[in-house]
Design a binder for this molecule. Structure first.
Ligand SMILES: [Zn+2]
Length: 433
């Protein structure tokens, strides 16, 4: 199991993360009289318990209860006995997930591989909530606090991962099978409204099957918005065209022809460009270096951002491999099969390197939802998709969150018709400006 750091390391790491959250240079929270816990005995799966907090904190926490990892709480314990440094560290760094990975191997971002988990951990940014609570405690003790208008503004960054440009047989087959599976599920459940919606998707898919370029609508989006510098696109590059024949997971577009044409519009839009590391390359330092070099050769400048394709992710290896290749920022952290806050927070921080017992020299931002959560995994109607996007936006706003969201360019094509959700995302981005 990874070694849990010492009390002083935990405190320093949380203070550094809190400075990122509050966007300040001082470490005002370090003066709080927080008690340290000794020899924490971790449960295998994460379990949370509610801790009642005082009235003075009800302005931000309306039900006056905070969720804390169960191993930090004994009976009769009150809020002022809690080791809040450890509470933040365990959630922020997903310590239970790290232990799980060590024992059972990487879950590769599928939450359903984590058994008996307390899913409340993913429903809101609890770490943000605790930090806001500690800030209020500081003001209770010392009579000064950060006025609400100097707290950082919440924000969402729209990112794209380029997974397909034109139609490919395997891609078509995979999506068609998925639509067919979903329609048959609706019939089995006798949900005829859902069945008629699924059939509508299938009909659209067949009607538009002659469409070869899946990125025409995305291209129009790029052309009609001439400054998208607040957005990012992560681009996959294929190193070896022969490898494509045996690679089920990675995209199949040609870098030389299809990408080159689209790239002109991407670069004109001023959107920032990151690497979309291949499934094979994820966690492989040497392959990442080759992919990074290739992308830099194509776009003509150095690449600082990354998200791994298919959200391949290992707590032990991913950020080590990226840090070693001079990346500055990664947005891989999210679950494939559900939206939410994977590490119970929403802001950019430098994660903990448990192998070397130090903070990584790379920043990470959690991504809180992507298109396929709503359209594939959760199987929602357009009305439900709108509601789900607004709900996540509100949760992020409530606790001053700053996270990323992900949409795939090819899903804006008529074949997919996922633009309803995309338009909703564009609307919420306007509100955070
Ligand atoms: Zn991808």
């Amino acid at each position: 199991m990874p070694k849990f750091p010492s009390n002083i390391q935990v405190k320093n790491h949380v203070i550094e993360a809190a400075a990122s959250f509050f966007e300040e240079s001082q470490d005002h929270l370090s003066k709080l009289p927080i008690l340290s816990s000794e020899n924490i005995a971790f449960t295998e799966s994460l379990k949370l318990v509610e801790i009642e907090i005082p009235n003075w904190a009800s302005s931000i926490i309306s039900n006056k209860k905070l969720l804390v990892p169960s191993e930090l709480v004994t009976e009769e314990m009150q809020w002022f006995n809690i080791d809040w440094w450890a509470a933040v560290f365990i959630l922020l760094e997903c310590w239970h997930e790290r232990n799980w990975e060590e024992k059972y191997g990487s879950i590769n971002s599928y939450s359903n591989n984590l058994k008996n988990w307390d899913q409340r951990a993913w429903e809101k940014p609890i770490v943000n909530e605790i930090l806001l609570f500690l800030d209020l405690w500081f003001s209770e003790l010392f009579g000064v606090n950060k006025a609400p208008n100097v707290l950082p503004m919440s924000n969402l960054t729209l990112t794209f991962d380029l997974d397909a440009i034109s139609k490919a047989p395997v891609h078509t087959l995979k999506h068609f099978l998925f639509l067919f599976y979903r329609a048959s599920k609706s019939v089995k459940k006798l949900k005829f409204n859902e069945f008629s919606r699924d059939m509508n998707y299938i009909v659209k898919f067949i009607i538009n099957s002659k469409e070869t370029n899946l990125c025409e609508n995305f291209k129009s989006f790029l052309i009609s918005n001439n400054n998208l510098s607040n957005m990012r696109i992560n681009i996959y590059v294929c190193l070896d065209s022969k490898r494509k024949m045996f690679n089920f997971y990675d995209p199949r577009y040609t870098v030389g022809v299809e990408l080159r044409e689209l790239l002109v519009h991407i670069l004109n839009s001023k959107m920032s460009v990151g690497l979309h590391t291949s499934v094979k390359g994820a966690n492989d330092s040497e392959l990442i270096r080759l992919e990074k070099n290739m992308l830099e050769g194509i776009i003509g400048y150095s690449v600082k951002d990354n998200r791994n394709h298919w959200l391949r992710f290992s707590w032990r290896d991913t950020w080590s491999a990226l840090e070693g290749n001079f990346f500055e920022h990664d947005e891989t952290l999210m679950f494939n099969d559900r939206p939410g806050f994977r590490n119970s927070m929403s802001f950019t921080w430098k994660p903990w390197n448990s192998r070397e017992n130090r903070t990584f020299d790379i920043r990470a931002t959690p991504t809180i939802f992507m298109d396929s959560h709503f359209y594939m995994y959760l199987d929602l109607s357009p009305t439900q998709i709108r509601a789900a996007i607004w709900e996540l936006w509100e949760k992020n706003n409530k606790f001053n969150g700053r996270a990323s969201v992900l949409w795939h360019p090819h899903t804006l094509s008529p074949r997919y018709s996922w633009h309803v959700g995309f338009n909703e995302v564009l609307q919420i981005l306007q509100l955070n400006k």
